[in-house]
Write a protein that binds this ligand. Structure first.
Ligand code: NAI
Length: 295
């Protein structure tokens, strides 16, 4: 005789309090989106300037939504009212039901953060990373709860883009995956599942294209505007690859290419020397005021 115990699906009912670690390009968009859909959000960054900049960006982006007629003035007030900011990780995560880490794309930073989150968060808390390319399995191994660690990869700009890539680490449980798929839908996003290999799906395909566009510029095939125009008008891309690289951040693109290169050991992923030089020179794209274009 076998007894099958039915455990009611209840994660969503306890998913009230969301902590976002890192309030840069992605963190502010993720905080905006969760708050807009009614979640209480703690936005955490070790750099207090990044936190104040994030709140201004969120307010500007909400104003843009008001102008488009998709939200009201009162939605803006409620959204901002649901976001609290913290410069201490310990204070920002102690009440978290769910954490999305969107800190700098650096493996050592993420491993350190996940070990800290594992220590500081309640036992039921699911820990997600918004990493573009770092192994979820490796990140999970820094914790004592690898079954509750998952990739939740939002696209930039988060309030606008529909896709969420959901990445299953080696030990991620079915419950955790089901919960994050349901949560993505609650944010009006379309979740797509991927296994945990370098770059997952989105960046494995996108970054070689961006790198090739940088090589075309480096080798003098055409100038930046010409390369972007070919891809916009010839391939119906809404943005050319060089403009998109500026928008993502050239440092982020370089880190992802390095993960692809070392993860697959294939020279086709080697970052173009021009990209390496631009990052060394602090030309990081839109966020630094200059990349392939000036901002
Ligand atoms: P960013 O450089 O704009 O922001 C990162 C923020 O994390 C900074 O404000 C920094 O002060 C903070 N930070 C660093 N260490 C921290 C720590 N220990 N605790 C708390 N805060 C910390 O980076 P961005 O572009 O927002 O990227 C964040 C993550 O999102 C990365 O993993 C990246 O790969 C991923 N991503 C980026 C996309 C993009 O278009 N930029 C798209 C999708 C994912």
């Amino acid at each position: 005789c076998r007894f099958v115990m039915f455990v009611p699906y209840q994660y969503n009912s306890i998913m009230r309090h969301i902590s976002i670690i890192g309030s840069g390009t992605m963190g502010n968009g993720i905080a905006h989106t969760f708050a807009q859909f009614g979640f209480d959000v703690s936005l955490v960054d070790i750099n207090p300037d990044a936190l104040s900049k994030a709140l201004l960006t969120i307010a500007d982006n909400l104003d843009r939504q008001i102008k488009k007629g998709t939200i009201t003035d009162s939605d803006k007030l409620h959204t901002l009212g649901r976001i609290a900011t913290y410069s201490s990780v310990a204070d920002g995560v102690k009440a978290a039901d769910f954490v999305v880490e969107a800190a700098t794309e650096n493996e050592a930073v993420k491993l350190g953060l996940f070990a800290e989150l594992d220590r500081l968060c309640p036992a039921h808390t699911i820990l997600a990373s918004n990493t573009s390319s770092i192994s979820i399995t490796k990140i999970a191994s820094a914790t004592s709860r690898p079954d509750k660690v998952i990739g939740m990869h939002f696209m930039n700009p988060v309030p606008v883009m529909k896709l969420v890539e959901v990445i299953k680490g080696y030990a991620t449980s079915v419950d955790t995956i089901t919960t994050i798929i349901a949560l993505s839908k609650q944010l009006d996003k379309v979740p797509v599942e991927s296994n945990d290999y370098p770059g997952f799906v989105a960046n494995r395909i996108l970054m070689p294209m961006i790198n090739e566009a940088i090589y075309a510029l480096y080798e003098g095939v055409a100038d930046a505007e010409a390369i972007d125009t070919v891809m916009k008008l010839g391939m119906a891309h809404p943005m050319g690859p060089l403009q998109l690289a500026d928008f993502i951040g050239l440092d982020v693109c370089l880190s992802i290419l390095r993960v692809l290169h070392s993860g697959f050991g294939n020279p086709k992923y080697a970052p173009c020397p021009l990209l390496v030089n631009m990052v060394a020179a602090g030309k990081l794209g839109r966020k630094s005021g200059q990349g392939f274009y000036r901002y």
